[in-house]
Design a protein around this ligand. Structure first.
Ligand SMILES: C[S@@+](CC[C@H](N)C(=O)[O-])C[C@H]1O[C@@H](n2cnc3c(N)ncnc32)[C@H](O)[C@@H]1O
Length: 250
């Protein structure tokens, strides 16, 4: 994928356009070798549960990942009016919907399978860890952390700060929170499932479960401003913006 530098300053998120990101122009290297993710069985569509290191288990919403975006998703996507990075895109329903709307979108996922499925849905996707170098750093208008992805890497403050690097000064990060959780719990997780593909439990990986009550504290600790939070049905979201440089607040 190429990212245009329109005027040499290279700071406007609008420098990333739909012409820069297409399902066809991302390197084939990304899918040439299988790279597993703890979530692969779920990405493949198997009913799965996420189990923490205390043995507490919660079902993963696999059917939602593979369905078309629902009314709640569509409201979130309405806020994505410019180039959008869908971090931990899974099978890619959000990146695909944005692409269908003509919004520049790129799915990012550590799983080769997720990247392949996202591309099959018509969106561009790249196999990459969100903490590694990514295209268009500092120029994305929106970053999405949907459906528990605020837990990626097990450190939500570090993740939000990383997302702020990706968006730069004019951007926003939209994250979803677990309405059944309280505070931040960092843990080693596994994904357990039935006999799908002969696997029963993933390797442990770092994850965090984050409840809505943690939103103000996370915003503060990540050096961000809480622009907005909202609920739609049972789901809870927050949108984070950079603080202005002048006075430390937005
Ligand atoms: C909860 S699932 C994604 C669900 C998806 N956002 C949706 O709503 O359909 C979490 C995803 O994050 C990916 N992931 C985990 N760690 C990651 C990392 N460090 N960088 C990028 N993706 C990651 C997993 O492979 C998995 O696809």
């Amino acid at each position: 994928m190429s990212v245009r530098h329109v005027n040499g300053r290279g700071v406007s998120p609008l420098d990333v356009s739909p012409h820069d990101v297409s399902p066809h122009d991302v390197s084939r290297r990304d899918v040439s070798r299988h790279r597993p993710s703890g979530f692969d069985a779920a990405i493949a569509g198997c009913p799965c549960r996420l189990v923490d290191d205390r043995g507490a288990a919660r079902p993963l919403l696999v059917a939602r990942w593979h369905a078309e975006p629902d009314a709640t998703d569509l409201l979130v996507l309405d806020r994505c009016t410019g180039p959008t990075l869908d971090v931990g895109c899974g099978p890619g329903r959000l990146a695909a919907e944005l692409t269908a709307r003509g919004v520049c979108a790129l799915g990012v996922d550590v799983s080769t399978l997720a990247v392949r499925l996202t591309r099959l849905r018509g969106a561009a996707a790249i196999r990459r860890n969100v903490f590694d170098r990514l295209p268009g750093e500092g120029r994305w208008r929106h970053v999405l952390l949907a459906d528990g992805n605020i837990g990626i890497g097990g450190d939500p403050v570090k993740l939000l700060a990383r997302c702020a690097e990706l968006t730069g000064p004019g951007g926003r990060t939209i994250a979803e929170f677990d309405p059944a959780a309280a505070g931040v719990r960092r843990h080693l997780a596994t994904v357990q499932h039935g006999a799908c593909h002969g696997l029963r439990e993933s390797e442990p990986f770092r994850w965090a479960t984050v409840g809505p009550d943690a939103i103000p504290r996370l915003s503060n600790e990540a050096g961000l401003r809480l622009a907005r939070s909202w609920t739609h049905g049972p789901r809870v979201f927050a949108e984070f913006a950079p603080r202005s440089r002048a006075n430390g607040v937005g």
